[in-house]
Design a protein around this ligand. Structure first.
Ligand code: APR
Length: 239
């Protein structure tokens, strides 16, 4: 385990040119959005793995939609926190996120790969077309103009990640001098496997060491809003 100061000093001497932030639910925890696998992450005692699957949607689309509506409301009411805002200051860094909450974009990051989609978009289950989700759902489950059900435009367990997102994230990870691994348990693949592609330095920021910690160059056991801003300052100072 390393201190923020020690890692900031290492970053200043590394002078990283290509930086990637790989984020998970923990980066949004201090915005008030519960993570999936910590206490408080359960909705009506369902685990994400019970709801975020094509099978769960086929069985009970209303239940799955209710869960997404609950999360959409939480996210609408939330604001980006100090970690999102600090990362947005790195205008040439790529943010590769597993989150569907759109908070990196709201914080001002321009280069964001959303590996698991975005909760504010919907997709027609027949035509595959995507659009912005209606602000309020007038019917449950909501339907496309063609009559078929709409689903959230997110990636569920057992589904393939979008090719373009994976290709962009893979290339960025391979080329990165520094990857900040922020707030992910690192147990959901293929996303978690991207970190191992980095040949540069990797820094985990997580109050509890994750499944990726042992493969990281440095691990900082702190929250994102505490540790990310000084590390971003160190990156900016090194330039
Ligand atoms: N700052 C940093 N990390 C934090 C904070 C915080 N304030 N609070 C919690 N964490 C850490 C937890 O210790 C945990 O390791 O964030 C991690 C959250 O893990 P998960 O809930 O498993 O979220 P994530 O890794 O993003 O899940 C991956 O699983 O359910 C699917 O598709 C969903 O994208 C999601 C994927």
């Amino acid at each position: 385990m390393s201190s923020i100061e020690d890692v900031a000093a290492a970053i200043r001497s590394l002078r990283p040119r290509k930086v990637v932030a790989f984020t998970g639910a923990g980066v949004s925890a201090e915005s008030g959005i519960p993570t999936f696998r910590s206490a408080g992450g359960l909705w009506r005692n369902f685990r994400a793995e019970d709801l975020a699957t094509p099978e769960a949607f086929a069985r009970d689309p209303e239940l799955v939609w209710e869960w997404y509506e609950w999360r959409r409301q939480l996210i609408r009411d939330a604001e980006p926190n100090a970690a999102h805002l600090a990362l947005a200051k790195l205008d040439d860094a790529l943010v590769v996120t597993q989150n569907v909450d759109g908070l990196h974009l709201r914080a001002g990051s321009h280069e964001v790969v959303e590996l698991h989609g975005n909760i504010f978009r919907v997709r027609c289950t027949r035509e595959g077309t995507t659009s912005d989700a209606p602000g309020e759902l007038t019917e449950m489950p909501p339907r496309c103009a063609c009559g078929a059900m709409l689903r959230p435009d997110v990636i569920w367990f057992g589904e393939l990640l979008p090719d373009d997102a994976v290709a962009r994230a893979t290339q960025a990870m391979r080329e990165a001098d520094l990857v900040l691994v922020i707030g992910t348990s690192g147990v959901v693949y293929p996303a978690a496997g991207l970190v191992a592609l980095c040949r540069g330095a990797t820094v985990e920021i997580n109050p509890q060491a994750s499944a990726l910690a042992s493969g990281c160059t440095y691990t900082i056991e702190e929250t994102a809003a505490v540790a990310v801003p000084p590390l971003v300052d160190a990156i900016l100072e090194s330039r």
